[in-house]
Design a protein around this ligand. Structure first.
Ligand code: CIR
Length: 255
């Protein structure tokens, strides 16, 4: 089982009110977002991670969702090419940090698009969601990079969710959280699936970190179900990021 030792995050910026959103939950409150982000960083630290907190970047309203601009591999990283055109510049901004911390960097090239929210790591295998943000060309490029690193990848079609991990999360030990279109998908039949109900859909994006699972606050059935599988659960309020379609995993790169 993997042990994460580091994470990269980026503070939210005031321009976050202009971030991409389909949630219909209203505009995020910047001050509250900053305090929720600080709690998130503290939670990562309490799980044993050393966290690099990058400064807010006003140029890019969605730049706090660092998960989408890179994919971390053992001793390597892939810079993505986001399908959301307004987010492409975020890649350049994170690059120096990755070069300093990881060194071995590959880059997804046009016409490929890929966002890290579409990538789910299960040991040495990476599931890549084909979404509105990630296309087949991007996924194919990623699989070539993975194979050069002795890893494997496969594609999973999705129709309803923003990203693959909006609806499915691997929490190690063969346990998978799945919602909606991902329940019963043949690609995931080998896992012990914990089905997330419609009323708790947002909690399908929960985050395993070294034996603890971070679960968004306000989804008690999911928290109890995860706890009953023997995990320590930590609940975090990320309401201001939910307003921008972002979840717990989106706020960090872990490696
Ligand atoms: C976006 O639409 O790109 C942002 N508002 C939300 C990104 C969420 N990221 C993720 O699920 N990995």
């Amino acid at each position: 089982m993997i042990i994460f030792t580091r994470a990269i995050t980026r503070r939210p910026c005031e321009a976050m009110i202009d971030g991409i959103s389909t949630a219909g939950l209203g505009l995020p409150d910047y001050e509250l977002a900053c305090s929720q982000h600080a709690d998130y960083v503290a939670a990562l630290e309490s799980c044993g991670l050393i966290v690099t907190v990058l400064p807010a970047d006003q140029q890019y309203p969605d730049s706090t969702f660092v998960e989408d601009v890179a994919v971390m591999l053992p001793n390597a990283a892939i810079l993505t090419r986001p399908g959301a055109v307004s987010r492409r510049g975020e890649v350049l901004e994170i690059r120096p940090t990755l070069e300093a911390l990881v060194g071995n960097i590959s880059i997804i090239q046009s016409p490929g698009t890929l966002e890290g929210g579409d990538v789910m790591m299960v040991g040495t295998h990476f599931y890549i969601g084909l979404s509105e943000r990630t296309n087949e060309a991007g996924a194919r490029q990623m699989i070539v990079i993975l194979e050069k690193c002795g890893l494997t990848g496969s594609m999973v079609a999705l129709d309803e969710m923003l990203h693959l991990k909006s609806g499915v999360s691997y929490i190690e030990s063969d346990n998978l959280l799945a919602y909606g279109e991902f329940i019963g998908k043949p690609e995931f039949e080998q896992f012990d699936t914990l089905k997330i109900s419609e009323s708790e859909a947002y909690a399908a994006n929960s985050l395993w970190l070294n034996g603890t699972v971070l679960v968004p606050q306000g989804y008690p059935d999911t928290a109890i179900a995860i706890q009953s599988r023997g995990y320590t659960v930590m609940m975090l309020n990320v309401s201001e990021f939910q307003k921008l379609d972002g979840g717990l995993s989106c706020l960090s790169l872990r490696f």
